[in-house]
Design a protein around this ligand. Structure first.
Ligand SMILES: O=C(O)CCC(=O)C(=O)O
Length: 281
């Protein structure tokens, strides 16, 4: 890591989590301390959760799956919510590292600006202006699962709604636009739990998310120090093929993930992807 990156992490207050958040013991300790500040509401454990968005979710089972695999499935969104978010995203303004300011999605939906700048991604601004997104963020099934997994009521939820475009950008050009096409672990905070929702049909040719099951707790000691990124060859040499999951699914497919596991995004080759990402921490 270069000096500029260290300084920018220090300025944003993320240096300590970057250095220490990768150690499971530190994360556990942080959870304990946060549990005092934002205590679990244990009465809620006993109440049946009647979540209108995720009636299918069994919170205890989801927590177990997160602990074991770093991923819990079945958080699929109803079609009405998917449609509302898609309409919002199509009508919205976007920001991107590929242009200054904001542009309507409809001007860049081809993955290129009018000036010919090719785009890896564009983020829809002010996602909380969408009522359907607010409902998802506040969903009890989602919050309860994250809360029980983390051991405290997560005080923050960061929301990103973003398009990943089909384009012939090189891998390096994608990296320059901050597309996470390399395996990495997230270490911007001590502890976190992510919810991901595909809003477009997604498969390996349209930007699927790839993760290594169980790698949140199974990392070689040497990998805990230094770069958070790993190459495909390093991952293939370390983890069983059957633990590398390419998560495909129709629009609405949702899953929770402890992104201290190794994960990455595949660059879309045939269709663009719209993803809603919520980081509870
Ligand atoms: O876009 C994706 O599927 C992955 C996103 C990711 O890797 C991240 O936000 O850390």
């Amino acid at each position: 890591m270069n000096v500029r990156r260290i300084l920018s992490l220090a300025q944003s207050g993320a240096l300590l989590p970057y250095a220490l958040g990768r150690f499971a013991t530190i994360r556990r300790l942080y959870s304990r301390l946060n549990g005092l500040r934002y205590p679990l509401d244990r009465r809620q454990n006993k109440l049946a959760i009647n979540d209108p968005i995720f009636p299918q979710v069994d919170v205890s089972q989801a927590v177990q799956e997160l602990r074991r695999d770093a991923v819990a499935f079945r958080f699929d969104l109803p079609a009405a919510i998917v449609n509302e978010i898609c309409t919002f995203a199509r009508e919205g303004l976007c920001k991107s590292s590929g242009f200054q300011g904001h542009r309507p999605f409809l001007e860049i939906e081809s993955g290129q600006t009018a000036e010919g700048q090719r785009l890896a991604m564009a983020e829809v601004i002010q996602p909380l202006d969408c009522a359907a997104i607010r409902k998802v963020v506040e969903s009890q099934a989602l919050r309860q699962t994250c809360m029980r997994y983390l051991g405290y009521q997560p005080p923050k939820a960061d929301i990103r709604l973003f398009w990943s475009f089909v384009s012939n950008l090189t891998e390096n050009e994608r990296r320059q636009q901050f597309q996470t096409i390399d395996y990495h672990v997230d270490i911007h905070d001590f502890n976190f739990c992510y919810a991901h929702f595909y809003l477009t049909d997604t498969d390996a040719r349209s930007g699927a998310h790839v993760m290594v099951r169980g790698s949140h707790t199974r990392k070689p000691l040497a990998w805990l120090i230094g770069s958070a990124r790993k190459s495909d060859a390093q991952i293939a040499g370390r983890y069983a093929q059957e633990d590398v999951l390419t998560i495909e699914g129709p629009a609405g497919t949702g899953f929770l993930e402890d992104t201290s596991c190794y994960h990455k995004a595949l660059p879309p080759l045939e269709n663009k992807r719209l993803l809603l990402q919520i980081r509870y921490h």
